[in-house]
Design a protein around this ligand. Structure first.
Ligand code: HEM
Length: 431
């Protein structure tokens, strides 16, 4: 008897089943149940070899500890997102690496801090302030377009929370509007393949190998596309982040082509479905609570609290994986060097020990030290941009929309990695 806390098969299956993530309350029930009994618990496959066993970490304190201890818990060499063995083998055959893309999230020290430093300043509030006017104009256009639709019934995801963050990220990467749709399709092939509505290519019915083939194709297309942008920004640098990446030097050398492509891809993909999911969640919370809508309409100082709580409440990045660099005791379990761990942000951000009444959307929650952006060396590079974008969009909504209410069933994506609402039907009345 090893003494290890091993999750029973039926519960373990839910942790890795994309469809379980489409049903939010059920998912939170599962994590509550697991956390209460075994905050650090082993998930093993029913069929040997399907995937490598991993430790599921569901308590806030343990997720925080792992996130901050970047020497003991590495992002490399195992995949940084949960993957089946077949998919990992294909990735190795296709690229020679466990990961199809080499980017900030898969690097550890000493490379990671050098790469991170390249764009860190660009993503700080002082620099982002330059974007505010542009964001305000974009937010106003997006909301006006939604209101022009006439009937008053809108799918908020399709019309607002999807397109707005996509345009922001594409703009900072120098992608013109006409190429946006293609970029979105590619991102959804990378992240949304588990959901039949999001991948747009029947990927949910494919074998892991077929899925990885599509994903590898998407990566290649991204790489070729951004090579063109980088070349342009080397000749004609501007103030955008695309120019910073194109002209960056590490140890006196330009980034190797694969790393440069990886940098563009991580910014392109990390920045929109995530912000979209939190934006849709905030709007859902306000639509469900007319009093809160009225309160924030009258007092805009409540907006930052709403934005922050929406990010916790939705936790769009649902997990990342880490690999133990040493033997360590965690939550009463003996984690061995080389073990794989899933730090689950949804579970951590709904830990009642840290967040009283965690399923409640509480705009006045204080403190609200959530982990939706992670923590430690890899903490979200775009967190200030995400907050700024959301605040500016909600200012435009509060200016232009008199009232908002649910107009049908909101549906979540089936995805274990980046998740959130894929439709949010609302009835809106212009101010
Ligand atoms: C990393 C969440 C928006 C770019 C991360 C991580 C999380 C996260 C959980 C990993 C943190 C860790 O390992 O400790 C989110 C959420 C967002 C959001 C919830 C929106 C609500 C953005 C935006 C951008 C962005 C707008 C850029 C345009 C990145 C990058 C990384 C990252 C580049 C990798 C950082 C590194 O490994 O050093 N994000 N993100 N994210 N995010 Fe975000």
């Amino acid at each position: 008897m090893s003494g290890e806390a091993i999750l029973p098969g039926d519960i373990a299956r839910k942790v890795i089943d994309p469809h379980a993530y489409a049903e939010w309350d059920g998912l939170l029930d599962t994590f509550d149940h697991i956390r209460a009994a075994t905050p650090v618990a082993k998930v093993q496959p029913d069929t040997p070899g399907l995937f490598d066993p991993f430790w599921l970490v569901t308590s806030y304190d343990d997720v925080m500890r792992i996130s901050k201890d970047n020497a003991a818990f590495l992002n490399n060499p195992r995949p940084v997102v949960f993957s089946f063995n077949q998919a990992i083998e294909f990735s190795r055959a296709a690229t020679g690496s466990n990961m199809l893309v080499d980017s900030l999230v898969v690097f550890d020290a000493p490379i990671h801090p050098k790469y991170r430093k390249l764009t860190q300043e660009w993503f700080m509030p002082r620099n982002l302030a330059r974007l505010e006017d542009e964001l305000r104009a974009l937010a106003a256009r997006t909301v006006d377009r939604m209101l022009e639709n006439g009937s008053g019934e809108v799918d908020f995801v399709k019309e607002v929370s999807g397109p707005y963050p996509l345009r922001v990220v594409m703009q900072i990467l120098g992608v013109p509007p006409e190429d946006e749709f293609r970029m979105q399709m590619l991102t959804q092939q990378l992240f949304g393949g588990q959901d039949k509505d999001l991948s747009g290519s029947g990927m949910d019915k494919m074998t892991p190998e077929q899925v990885v083939q599509i994903v590898a194709g998407a990566v290649k297309t991204f790489e070729d596309y951004f090579a063109g942008i980088a070349e342009d920004r080397r000749k004609h640098p501007t103030e955008d982040v695309a120019s910073v990446i194109a002209n960056a030097l590490v140890d006196g050398q330009p980034l190797p082509p694969r790393d440069m492509a990886g940098y563009y891809i991580i910014v392109a993909t990390a920045g929109h479905d995530t912000t979209s999911a939190s934006t849709a969640g905030a709007m859902q919370a306000l639509a469900n609570d007319p009093e809160q809508w009225a309160r924030v309409k009258a007092d805009r100082s409540l907006l930052p609290g709403i934005v922050e709580e929406a990010i916790r409440w939705t936790s769009p990045v649902q997990h990342f994986m880490r690999t133990a660099a040493e033997d360590v005791e965690l939550g009463g379990q003996q984690v061995k060097q080389g073990d794989w761990l899933m730090i689950n942000y949804v579970a951590a951000n709904h830990d009642p020990a840290q967040f009283p009444d965690p399923r409640r959307f509480d705009a006045a929650r204080s403190p609200n030290r959530h982990l939706a952006f992670g923590a430690g060396a890899h903490q979200c590079l775009g967190l200030h941009l995400a907050r700024l974008e959301m605040r500016i969009l909600f200012e435009a909504l509060l200016d232009r929309v008199a009232s908002v209410e649910p107009a049908g069933e909101a549906k979540r994506a089936s995805s274990t990695f980046v998740g959130g609402l894929k439709t949010l039907p609302l009835r809106v009345t212009a101010a």
